[in-house]
Design a protein around this ligand. Structure first.
Ligand code: PLP
Length: 358
């Protein structure tokens, strides 16, 4: 692999860092896509070359997640947010159950309430969403149980996927392809591309065919997963650039050794940062160890008077995107797959330098 051309250490939460080869190849494809002599931005989505890209992207998702034959993989638009509404439209017959672990989970709950009855199995809202509820019951008469595996804003992650008596539906927008799991335990998995899979503009949905067609609801075609499956994600014009760049990222994940290799790197990166947060008296992590995310690390200074100094120091170290979400404050370092360990080390060095000179 050629050396990483680091311009900035990019800790943005999304859109976020992608592998350097993805930038290079996407750039080249804007000039000349797959030797066609036509820009990727101007080629028909019905061309053989792009049809192959869509096919490869779907196959790579299937392969990297180890999905069984019942799954269909789609690349759609409208972000994860559109799926908050499409999931209940397609799967909710009488009642759905949700776990409320953050702002995105709450948005999913709200959107489902436009479609049918929603019961919230548990919520960590009263604790500022700084933990994942653990004692709750999943109603066995629900049509599905919806979870958010990683809570991007708060920096919490589900390290134990519950045993569910009903199909599990998971928003994996901010930790897809970051850690090994038995993905066949799920009935539907979705992820907006712009956190860990590609640029903004597409959302991946992997859904079990056997769950579809059971609501008795008449669906407009754009909202019907069965239509998108039949049309191979080409019912309307797909976001050609976003799907292409996502496919390149998936190829990169595979070349690096797949999801297991990503998990190993992500463990090393997050351990390095959490160890410093726990050791350095000038910092505190927002989240307790059992719920800490490997993807989004949230923290703050213990002495607010040092803020101006710390902010200047990390900016001088070519770090970008460290500001916490406006609803949480403090700092958030997003350590997605493409972020090199070296960038985390630069941040840790700045934190140590602050301690040394404070
Ligand atoms: C970013 C995010 C979303 C929203 O994604 P959009 O593509 O902006 O709709 C939903 N869920 C989670 C967990 C996210 O991190």
């Amino acid at each position: 692999m050629p050396p990483m051309k680091i311009k900035k250490h990019n800790f943005y939460a999304g859109p976020s860092i992608l592998p350097q080869p993805v930038y290079d190849q996407a750039k080249a494809a804007i000039d000349d896509f797959a030797g066609t002599g036509v820009s990727l931005l101007s080629i028909s989505h019905r061309s053989k070359e792009f049809t192959e890209v869509m096919e490869e992207a779907r196959l790579l998702v299937r392969e990297l997640l180890g999905l069984d034959e019942d799954f269909e993989v789609l690349f759609l638009q409208g972000g994860a947010s559109m799926q908050f509404f499409l999931i209940p439209l397609n799967l909710l017959r009488t009642r759905a159950a949700y776990l409320d672990t953050g702002r995105w989970a709450a948005r999913a709950i709200e959107e489902a309430s436009y479609v049918g009855e929603v019961s919230v199995a548990a919520s960590s809202k009263d604790g500022g969403y700084r933990y994942i509820p653990e004692d709750y019951e999943i109603p066995s008469d629900a049509d599905y149980f919806h979870i958010t595996t990683n809570n991007t804003i708060y920096g919490t992650q589900m390290h134990r996927i519950p045993d569910s008596p009903v199909p599990l539906v998971a928003d994996m927008s901010s930790d897809i392809f970051s850690r090994v799991m038995d993905f066949n335990r799920f009935g539907l998995i979705y992820a907006g591309a712009q956190k860990n899979m590609g640029p903004a503009g597409t959302v991946m949905v992997a859904v079990r065919k056997s769950l579809l067609g059971k609501t008795g609801r008449r669906l407009a075609p754009m909202t019907d997963y069965a239509v998108h499956i039949a049309k191979k994600s080409m019912f309307n014009t797909p976001p050609v650039f976003a799907v292409y760049a996502s496919m390149l990222t998936l190829r990169w994940v595979k070349e690096q050794g797949g999801v297991a290799a990503m998990e190993e790197r992500n463990r090393r990166k997050s351990a390095l940062l959490y160890e410093e947060l726990d050791r350095n008296p000038l910092f505190r992590a927002f989240v307790e160890p059992p719920y800490r995310s490997m993807m989004n690390v949230t923290f703050d200074l213990t002495e607010p008077a040092l803020r101006e100094r710390f902010d200047r120091m990390w900016q001088e170290a070519d770090i970008v995107g460290l500001k916490g979400h406006r609803s949480v404050g403090g700092y958030r370092a997003s350590l997605y797959n493409a972020l090199p360990l070296e960038s985390v080390q630069v941040l840790v060095d700045v934190m140590r330098e602050l301690e040394r000179t404070a």
